[in-house]
Design a binder for this molecule. Sequence first.
Ligand code: TRP
Length: 914
Amino acid sequence: MASRKKCLVLGFFAFLWAELGIKGKEETEEQTCRLLGKFDLNGYVDAKNHSLVIGGLFDIHSRTIPANESVLEPVSAKCEGFNFRGFRWMKTMIHTIKEINERKDILPNITLGYQIFDTCFTISKSVEAALVLLTGQEENKPNFRNGTGAFLAGVVGAGGSSLSIAASRILGLYYLPQVGYASTCSVLSDKYQFPSYLRTVASDKVQSEAMVRLIQHFGWVWIGTIAADDDYGKYGVKIFKEKIESVNLCIAFSEIIPKVYSYEKMQRAIDAVKNSTARVVVLYASDIDLSPFVLEIVFHNITDRTWIASEAWITSALIAKPEYFPYFGGSIGFAIPRADIPGLKEFLYDVHPSKDPNDVLTIEFWQTAFNCTWPNSSVPYHVDHRVNMTGKDDRLHAMSDKFCTGEEKLEDLKNTYLDVSQLRITNNVKQAVYFMAYALDHLSRCEEGRGPYVFGNTCAYIPDFEPWQLMYYLKNIKFTTHNGMTIETDENGDVSRGYYDILNWQLDDNGEVAFVKIGEYTFTDSKFELVMRKNATIFWNTESSELPYSVCADVCRPGTRKGIRQGEPTCCFYCIPCADGHVSLEPGQRECEQCGEDYWSNAQKNKCVLKEVEFLAYDEALGFTLVLLSIFGALVVLAVTVVYVLYRHTPLVNANDQELSFLIQVSLVITLLSSVLFIGKPYDWSCRARQVTLAMGFSLCLSCILGKTISLFLAYRISRSKTRLISIRPLYQKIIVLISVLVEIGICTAYLVLEPPSAFKNMESQNIKIILECTEGSIEFLCSMFGIDIFLASLCFLTTFVARQLPDNYYEGKCITFGMLVFFIIWISFVPAYLSTKGKFKVAVEIFAILASSYGLLGCIFAPKCFIILLRPERNTHELVGGRVLTIDKSIQPTSASVSSELDNTMASTVEDD
Ligand code: TRP
């Protein structure tokens, strides 16, 4: 192995300069510049016999030990928490450099050295290391030629993004090439801030996008996020949030794991996970930062969560322990592609503390791995200065009382360091070193006059080149790795194409956590693709072992729509039933749609159904009864006619104007049957026919009655004056009828011609029904049409009312008066009834009125006569009909015939025909 040595580094504190300046005046020239302190850095260096060195930054420890507060002087912190994974990465760099040096095809005449520092996973150490890489060992100003005396070509590292950022801020000042192998933070793509940073790993922009795709793939909508308190966690989650919101999914909570243990902060994160309904949580953190959180999750027994892992912990042995499996089993995450590195295993096994007593890192590795103390070593074993989770400050500073023998077998060790089954970031380290080597190789192969640099196409020469000259080659590099992958970076220095393995944590037969590949996420500059393995079985850490369901509110059923919950994310909503006449057909609709004109919503509001069409039909009970009633009425009238015809020679029938009687009967048949026109589906013709027929029927009927009553009235006047008066002739009666009917016909015709009624679909009055009805057409005409009828009826009433005081046996006047009263009562009560009903009942009310008034007239005018004719024929005599016979039987009602007959006898002239 190359020479190792604890690096001695100069202090770089500003105040030292000031102090030096003051002292310089007093002391001799040789003593002017003296360092007061040095950075306490660990690492490996091999620079002898090499003209070029590559710097390396690795997290071999997990943290620094907090400085003793009583010491006021600034001191460089020590580190603790040996990190086997980081140690392996670091060893891989050394291995790769050796491999390159042995290769004849890359950098044939040049060998590379290295200077590697432990960053202890802290920013301050990373800055210290960057400074030391730039400045020589005993020098006090940056000179690019580092402490080893060799020329620093560039730096590989650091591990965590925050560390890379910190180092890059300094290295970038000199444009010194830096190739990252694990730092994925998206800000590192910003070339204004980090001009000389390149990496062999994709940016978290890609990973966050991949996570969103995965979440969409499984249909989760309600996601929690937990981030480490560093650039990696915060920027990772930031981009993830932006992307998730752009696809209308929601963040349930967003918490941070503190770097330095804080009970309150940790509890906040734990409570968020515990109390949220989100079953899927994205965890963006390095394994080192994650460990305390994992312990808390175990402590609080939080199961039934599916964790979406970032690449930093998905394959970490720190977390993937069987004892954590009940809590973290089933985690799904994205891992950097795995590779096999030939020869690495042997190289890793070639480690023993006895080789170099100054190699403190190897001693610490040995002590930590085998839980023993290396004889005569001052390297503490298993130090933990953290305030532990219980909040008590029981700091450890333990040395195992067992001594290491040196005989311990690495083969017996189950340790991350030696586990070469998951070489992922390790492979990235190798690629990063190759990246640098290939760039140097290209630089070394420059032909003078064909070089890339302006002003004469000059070349740069090893070792004396400027950092920016190497940067040129680094930016344009494209090479194929030992396992056939092509490495190429885009203009931001990120790998431009590649893939992530999608891994799922399952338990294997040995009870160990296995990372099962369930898919792949490939990406290029412009294309992303998530491909899940078809036959892969995924382990879900849910009670039912089924795909977890992570929603804030369940999808709204069809028939309901999403309602906003004030102040909450869009994924949380109420399900509000659609309004009447509106439906939602698909689950989870935002809005309900209105049904078409002829349609209405069903009870569940998930379908538009044809509106019920309402009209008074023949085949329903009501319609049928009404038809029966009207036909029955018509038959009764017919029967009366038959009786009249059969008994036409009897005095009672004879006494009346038979034609008028017949006309009344006809008109009653018309009115009775006109009600049939009101029943059934309304058409334009039936709408027109019904009103007109009815009006005509009534006008005929009433005008005939008027003809009768006027003659009665005149007879009355005669009986009063006792003077000879010319009674009204039947002809005049008919003229009255004719005139009335003609007027009515005129109005009806005008009505039909000018503004006729028509059939109409009434959608407004009732939502769920379409009411088929008739429009009135012109109200004016309609009113005048029935106005005539009312006028006639009023005349009839008045004339008979006056004439009702005719001599005793004048009863017909009373009958007609009574009939007219019935008629009025029916039609007056019809108005409110009609106005207060809707739909088909409106029509039914009208028919009732028609039938009732017709029956009323029929009953009042014809029933008494028919009674006498048929049941009391003995009363149907001239004497009785015509004479002044005192009728004892009051039930026999003399008719108008009696009046006429009386008039016959007492008056000089009466109607001859009577
Ligand atoms: N991606 C991490 C970052 O950008 C670095 C990282 C990857 C890491 N894997 C890791 C850190 C494992 C620690 C352990 O910060």
